[in-house]
Write a protein that binds this ligand. Structure first.
Ligand SMILES: Cc1cc2nc3c(=O)[nH]c(=O)nc-3n(C[C@H](O)[C@H](O)[C@H](O)COP(=O)(O)OP(=O)(O)OC[C@H]3O[C@@H](n4cnc5c(N)ncnc54)[C@H](O)[C@@H]3O)c2cc1C
Ligand SMILES: *[C@@H]1O[C@H](CO)[C@@H](O)[C@H](O)[C@H]1NC(C)=O
Ligand SMILES: *[C@@H]1O[C@H](CO)[C@@H](O)[C@H](O)[C@H]1NC(C)=O
Ligand SMILES: CC(=O)N[C@H]1CO[C@H](CO)[C@@H](O)[C@@H]1O
Length: 496
């Protein structure tokens, strides 16, 4: 039974990972729940994001390993003539998408969530209309006590770039791996561009990054970016230009006519070069997908397309007031455009709906780039932490360790990597951690959980990892941190 006078307790607009996480938790909390999806179930992550990209990276990573005769020789292995089937790799990605999409759909049906189809827009803060053409409110109407916007994002394509989905494309078409262009320019060296460069170079393509910022991998901690460049860029068939905008990109014809890319200097604003490549991938970020929601009916003004929200993901109107019953999670609110952030926010919203106050700590949410090897982090870069420490009047210190000090990494002969912790030596509070190396994406959770639980290095110094494991990289960080005032005995773990 839904709350009096409503069809549902909760309606979620958009069945991506964010909407899915909210729906499952709402059903578990006893809320009568519906989810509306205007396209295929699963959203970006399952169909056009995390899932197919990780499938391609898994296959490409194996190819890279098996073609690395030097590395294998050090382990005493020789391999002849490694070959791969491009279509077979593409099929692996598509199969995985279908499996996970099916599981996601069934898991919601299994807990009694109603799945409604069609695009949805707001009539008022308790009513949606769905199933009509996008931007209209002519479909069926449903009411709910709470409505969550979970409409996600789409690739952002800068003006001047013409997409043909064959020679000039975004990640949407890139993930289909229709062909392997001999030379691909990738516009943008964020995590999506980097992951694609890993796939393309493993499968034999050459890559050129075009980056508008003065440095590549601009979002990374500088020291980590430097090492990542030494391992992920320099030894591979990758080069780059920085401080350049791709201002005009014209599609070509595979094998006949090249793609042309006009490069404009970011400082002088002058056209400095025209590149000719076989293909161009546009990885310049993502825009929120909030058109067609009829947010005007709620007096909500999007900011660069993002839905304005408070710390609890409640939607705010033009006067900054909370709109009763309306929430927004995931890529559409722009707080942190990652799949697991979307579902964590969804669960948090439901907690607030059922009267348990909850605010997500975004500085405890890990992030990863699934190159070989991986990059992961949680919290701030050293640069950001320094800035905050100066402003708020505390001190920070860093400690580092190399994968070369780790027996497990050495056994794998994959010891290229480092980890770094940014912390306050007085309180033992951790502000950020960065890991570059084998299985970095799995290693970061140890630290992100500790940050989420507000544990300090005073506690963590006394935890134990199995030997030999990669987790000892994190242990090295904890133990290597220098805490002022030594180790107060009252902080010692109690004897059991
Ligand atoms: C190539 C690539 C790789 C990525 N890899 C990772 C990764 O490894 N890890 C990670 O954490 N993140 C990754 N991401 C990011 C991740 O995909 C997104 O952060 C995540 O999908 C956001 O989830 P969401 O639920 O907010 O929105 P989405 O997944 O975008 O889902 C929104 C859904 O809402 C639907 N919708 C929109 N408007 C309406 C409407 N009006 N009515 C009805 N339905 C509507 C859409 O059709 C869509 O299905 C990747 C993204 C890309 C592009
Ligand atoms: C490996 O490939 C080369 C060239 O394609 C070929 O001449 C050789 O016979 C192959 N070797 C094996 C073991 O298949
Ligand atoms: C490219 O693909 C997208 C969907 O992935 C589609 O919306 C767009 O219309 C396509 N463009 C062309 C020129 O085919
Ligand atoms: C947990 C779950 O439902 N797993 C299923 C996902 O889909 C595959 C293939 O359809 C099934 O074999 C799994 O059991």
């Amino acid at each position: 039974m839904a709350a009096a006078n409503y069809d549902y307790d909760l309606i979620i607009i958009g069945a991506g990972v964010g909407g899915h996480g909210a729906a499952i938790h709402a059903a578990e909390c006893g809320l009568k729940t519906a989810i509306v999806e205007g396209d295929v179930m699963g959203g970006t992550c399952v169909n056009r994001g995390c899932v197919p990209s990780k499938a391609l990276l898994a296959a490409a990573g194996r190819v890279r390993d098996m073609k690395n005769a030097d590395h294998l020789k050090h382990l005493g292995i020789t391999v002849d003539n490694v070959s791969f089937d491009r279509q077979g790799i593409a099929d692996h990605a598509e199969d995985l998408v279908q499996t996970i999409r099916g599981n996601l759909t069934r898991s919601m049906e299994g807990v009694g969530v109603d799945i409604l189809t069609g695009n949805a827009g707001f009539v008022d803060n308790h009513t949606i209309s769905y199933g009509g053409a996008p931007g209209t409110i002519t479909g069926g109407k449903k009411t709910a006590k709470h409505i969550i916007i979970a409409t996600g994002s789409k690739p952002f394509v800068p003006p001047g770039i013409e997409i043909d989905n064959k020679t000039v494309f975004t990640s949407d078409a890139g993930l289909k791996l229709d062909w392997l262009p001999p030379w691909v320019a990738i516009i943008g060296s964020g995590y999506i561009g980097l992951e694609f460069s890993d796939v393309y170079t493993a499968l034999g393509s050459d890559v050129t990054f075009i980056e508008a910022m003065p440095m590549i991998m601009p979002g990374f901690d500088r020291e980590i970016a430097k090492l990542a460049e030494r391992v992920l860029i320099s030894p591979r068939n990758i080069d780059y230009v920085t401080n350049k905008f791709a201002t005009k990109v014209t599609p070509g014809i595979p094998g006949e006519k090249p793609v042309t890319i006009e490069l404009t200097d970011a400082t002088t604003k002058e056209v400095v070069d025209v590149m000719e490549v076989d293909a161009c991938m546009v990885a310049t970020g993502r825009s929120p997908y909030t058109a067609g929601l009829n947010l005007d009916n709620l007096k909500v003004e999007t900011q660069r397309g993002f839905v304005p929200t408070n710390e609890k993901c409640q939607v705010l109107d033009t006067d900054g007031n909370v709109i009763e019953g309306v929430w927004c999670i995931g890529d559409a609110n722009g707080k942190l455009m990652l799949a697991h952030a979307a579902s964590t926010q969804g669960i948090s919203c439901v907690e607030n709906m059922v009267g348990r106050e909850n605010v997500v700590n975004h500085e405890a949410i890990p992030a990863a780039c699934f190159t070989h090897p991986e990059v992961s982090f949680v919290g701030l870069t050293e640069e950001q932490a320094k800035e905050r420490a100066e402003k708020e009047g505390f001190t920070i210190a860093t400690c580092k360790t190399s994968f070369k000090a780790n027996s497990k990494a050495l056994a794998e002969k994959e010891a290229e990597g480092m980890a770094k912790l940014i912390y306050d030596p007085k309180t033992g509070k951790m502000y950020g951690a960065w890991i570059f190396g084998l299985h970095a994406a799995d290693l970061v959770h140890e630290i992100s959980n500790a940050i989420n639980n507000e544990q300090t290095l005073y506690d963590l110094k006394f935890t134990t990892k199995a030997h030999p494991t990669l987790s000892e990289v994190v242990e090295e960080l904890y133990r290597g941190a220098h805490l002022e005032g030594g180790m107060p005995s009252q902080k010692l773990a109690p004897a059991r």
